[in-house]
Unconditional design. Structure first.
Length: 430
């Protein structure tokens, strides 16, 4: 027989939520009081009705008023055991069953007490809701057998014919076993439902945590992308401003027309820089329904060439192959490499001829940006960039499984070469 110390009888955590509803003293008191009133009224219905009709012969050894008082006390004691349903359901089951057997055996009035097995069933339900199905089933069988054997022994001791005893035992087994079995099944079902509910709740909580972590990761990546965008656009336009400033240094101070033209270009360049920075920074603003223009790719090389040509650089662009069919990530990364390389050329070799070559095949993209040596050596230190131009380019290229080399040429110029596969990613949108 299971005992209170059996490790298998530890409460199932998934079912604790149900018993918590009746764990408060006030809730338990109301619940037990309702059960007591119902069982006491049902137990006293037959004798009280007979007394009111004047046709209730009583031949028991104990006076009828005392029997009524004992029945009321027994119902109160049985209902009091329900206080233990939440914390000690096994004790509650044993106590309610013992009260029922004691009243039947002690007062010899089994037909009065037909509602008391329902109280035992209530305790069994709490037991089944808080224990594993095997344990709950075992206790249900033990209680039914114990009650049936006790009442069988009492019926035999009364000396009535065996046929009457057999009929009484069968009636008792059905009257006691049916509600207890039903309560055990209902409690086991309820426990399963509670476990499924809690499992779903835990899965939803875990999914919410994963979603929050993914959102944090995406936010971090987006901030890194925006930082790279800031580097790209700021580096390009600031390098243009530096080129114009270098040109302004070489102007004859008396040539006001040329000075005015350079100042106008510098002002326009500043406006371009401001607009570009605004476009990169607006990703940080939370605006419902707003979208940012698509990132530029190799199809925009003409605009990049025009931008630098207007600032005094001599740039030749040679594109071979279907650039429009390149995967979006490859085309965008290659454009950023060209942008960074031209920015560096504008800073370190202003005015030097620069050639951009793009060769697209079915499987590979080859890109090179090469500039001649600086036409005039710089007389002032080169202003440093953000410190991660080449590093940023290498990281971008690594994401598309490509290779990037950058270094000086034999004639003193500079070369940046990119090679990347093009067959594994989706093509850019038209």
């Amino acid at each position: 027989m299971p005992t209170n110390d059996d490790p298998a009888e530890r409460p199932v955590p998934d079912a604790e939520g149900f018993t918590r509803v009746l764990s408060g003293p006030r809730s338990l008191a109301v619940f037990a009081a309702i059960v007591f009133v119902v069982t006491a009224v049902q137990a006293l219905t037959n004798p009280l009705a007979g007394l009111l009709e004047g046709e209730f012969p009583w031949e028991g050894p104990v006076p009828l008023p005392m029997v009524v008082a004992l029945v009321v006390m027994g119902c109160a004691a049985q209902s009091a055991f329900l206080f233990l349903c939440a914390r000690a359901p096994v004790v509650a089951v044993i106590g309610t069953a013992a009260c029922y057997v004691a009243l039947v055996v002690g007062l010899s009035i089994p037909r009065w007490l037909s509602a008391l097995p329902l109280v035992v069933a209530v305790a069994v339900f709490f037991l089944a809701a808080g224990r594993r199905p095997v344990v709950a089933s075992a206790w249900s069988v033990v209680v039914v057998i114990a009650v049936s054997l006790s009442l069988f022994a009492w019926a035999v001791s009364t000396g009535v014919p065996f046929g009457i005893v057999g009929s009484f035992v069968l009636e008792t087994v059905l009257a006691v076993g049916t509600p207890i079995a039903g309560a055990a099944a209902l409690g086991i079902w309820w426990a399963r439902r509670m476990r499924a509910f809690r499992r779903t709740r835990d899965e939803l909580a875990a999914a919410a945590e994963r979603h929050a972590a993914e959102m944090e990761r995406v936010t971090t990546l987006e901030r890194a992308r925006i930082a790279q965008e800031l580097h790209d656009v700021a580096g390009q336009h600031l390098a243009g401003l530096l080129s114009l400033a270098d040109a302004a240094v070489d102007i004859d101070v008396l040539d006001t027309a040329q000075a005015t033209a350079l100042i106008s270009e510098m002002r326009a360049e500043g406006r371009f820089a401001s607009a570009s920075l605004y476009a990169a920074l607006r990703d940080l603003r939370i605006q419902t329904g707003s979208r940012v223009e698509p990132t530029l790719d190799l199809r925009s090389l003409d605009g990049l060439r025009d931008f630098w040509s207007a600032r005094g650089m001599r740039i030749d662009v040679d594109v071979r192959g279907p650039v429009a069919d390149l995967p979006a990530m490859v085309s965008t990364t290659a454009y950023r490499v060209v942008q960074e390389a031209l920015t560096n050329a504008g800073k370190h070799a202003p005015g030097a001829p620069t050639r951009v070559e793009v060769d697209v095949s079915l499987t590979t993209l080859r890109l090179s940006v090469q500039n001649e040596p600086a036409l005039v050596p710089r007389t002032t230190p080169t202003v440093g960039g953000l410190g991660w131009g080449l590093t940023g380019m290498a990281e971008r290229v690594d994401l598309i499984h490509g290779s990037l080399t950058a270094g000086p040429r034999d004639d003193g110029g500079w070369a940046v070469i990119l090679r990347a596969p093009v067959g594994a990613l989706d093509a850019v949108s038209p």
